[in-house]
Design a protein around this ligand. Structure first.
Ligand code: RFL
Ligand code: PHB
Length: 406
């Protein structure tokens, strides 16, 4: 197999990149190790920045998002039993965000790709990227089926065929646990990393959200977040110790704990409903520099991870692939590789702003297990400053609604 751009991974980064390249008349092949149902159902992000919304619309992938997504003009910060709203349009000159789940973004992009785009191979696992310092990099992969994307016939017990995809460029969109990053020699790599001594227990529940905007709550017992997937489905998170087993929390215990952490002096109440999913997410900040080596480019979680508090991961992935697609189009149109050569530097400027913002949001709202009374007071003072100072509120609102693409 041969193509211009070999894309590893059909998460939001890989799927959107394939769409952007298709729209620009550049061919690509997407290799995805999991099946279609997994890609479309994995519960993750919920918030799209204005810039991400604009990119999806311009790519022809915004129809259902515009019908079903929920525009949000603010969030609520909750601490010391008080409620404070951060008004995004008022503080940023008009920006807002969209609540539209990553699962839905992926479903929309998969459907478009299968209908109009180039090959998208599910159950095709990249094993290694080779020759990235040459003009013809290759992806070695194992494919469960001989051809096609859908259907499940004939795959049982089939270990798969090994194959090679020859490319002009390879883009590793294979997430944090992917293989692409490994093709960059250690002597050319630098990793920046921080882990946090807690995780998030996330639930989906069949109950209308108890508030019409997201609520970020700081409590002495730990952080809690109220989010949503639709007017009928709530998504809620609790800060828990890092090695927590989701199954160790009974449903009623989760609701009781959420109720405690969201409690306000004005009698706000939390509606309970049937919990349909429960899982624990670890928290990590991670950046791999550079994001390019030879003809291999890294995009999205393959290159960087943020803790989910700032809702930045998917939006960063979108920024990376837009930067790559524009740079490649620029090369084809003008013959200049200048933008492609600047890919890593261009992306990393934005990535570090998001890393900084996500770190700030995480330390602002979570309770470290070893927090001292002094640190608790400083944390409350930081929150109060955001609630009462326009400058501090603007900083949060600008970060939350998103940093511009170059
Ligand atoms: P993904 O989504 O991990 O997709 C990578 C894909 O690559 C495939 N793959 C391979 N394919 C072929 N061969 C191999 N060897 C492969 N290895 C892996 C995988 O199967 C997968 O399909 O990475 P991508 O595309 O870079 O997208 C990144 C986002 O998914 C991620 O940043 C966000 O989900 C983070 N995130 C949030 N981001 C936001 O912007 N807003 C949010 O509100 C938000 N909330 C969250 C989040 C992440 C969370 N978790 C679970 C980590 C909330 C949570 C709880
Ligand atoms: C979500 O809805 O899953 C979500 C929302 C905001 C965040 C993180 C996750 O900061």
């Amino acid at each position: 197999m041969r193509t211009t751009v070999g894309i590893i991974g059909a998460g939001p980064a890989g799927l959107l990149l394939a769409r952007l390249l298709h729209n620009a008349g550049i061919d690509s092949v997407v290799l995805e190790s999991r099946d279609r149902a997994y890609v479309e159902q994995r519960q993750r992000a919920g918030i799209l920045e204005q810039g991400t919304v604009d990119v999806l619309r311009a790519a022809g992938a915004g129809g259902r998002m515009d019908r079903e997504g929920l525009r949000h003009d603010g969030i609520e910060l909750r601490f010391a039993r008080e409620r404070h709203r951060v008004d995004f349009p008022a503080l940023t000159g008009g920006s807002s965000v969209m609540v539209y789940a990553q699962t839905e973004v992926c479903k929309d992009l998969v459907a478009l790709q299968l209908k109009e785009g180039g090959p998208l191979l599910f159950e095709a696992e990249a094993l290694a990227v080779e020759g990235v310092e040459t003009e013809r990099p290759r992806v070695r992969f194992r494919h469960k089926r001989n051809e096609g994307n859908e259907g499940s016939e004939g795959s049982e017990g089939n270990e798969g065929n090994e194959d090679v995809l020859e490319c002009d460029y390879v883009v590793g969109c294979d997430g944090f646990w992917g293989v692409a990053r490994q093709a960059i020699p250690a002597e050319h790599s630098r990793v920046f990393e921080r882990t946090y001594p807690f995780g998030w227990l996330g639930i989906l529940a069949d109950v209308p959200p108890s508030h019409d905007e997201l609520v970020y709550a700081r409590h002495d017992r730990g952080f809690a977040l109220l989010s949503m997937r639709s007017p009928a489905v709530s998504r809620l998170y609790l800060q828990v110790p890092e090695d927590t087993d989701a199954g160790s929390w009974a449903d009623e215990e989760i609701w009781d704990e959420l109720e405690r952490r969201f409690e306000t002096a004005d009698g706000w109440s939390l509606e309970r409903g049937a919990i349909t999913s429960k899982s624990v997410t670890p928290m990590r900040s991670y950046v791999h520099e550079p994001m390019r080596h030879g003809r291999l480019f890294l995009a999205g979680d393959a290159a960087h991870i943020v803790p989910p508090t700032g809702a930045k991961g998917l939006n960063l992935a979108v920024g990376d692939v837009v930067t790559f697609a524009r740079a490649l189009v620029h090369l084809e149109e003008t013959g200049s590789a200048e933008r492609l050569d600047a890919y890593s530097e261009t992306c990393l400027r934005r990535v570090w702003q998001a890393e900084r913002f996500s770190y700030d949001m995480t330390t602002l709202l979570h309770r470290a297990p070893d927090a001292t009374p002094f640190e608790d007071r400083v944390q409350l003072a930081r929150l109060r400053r955001i609630a009462t100072s326009r400058a501090a509120g603007t900083d949060l609102a600008e970060g939350y609604t998103g940093f511009p693409l170059d």
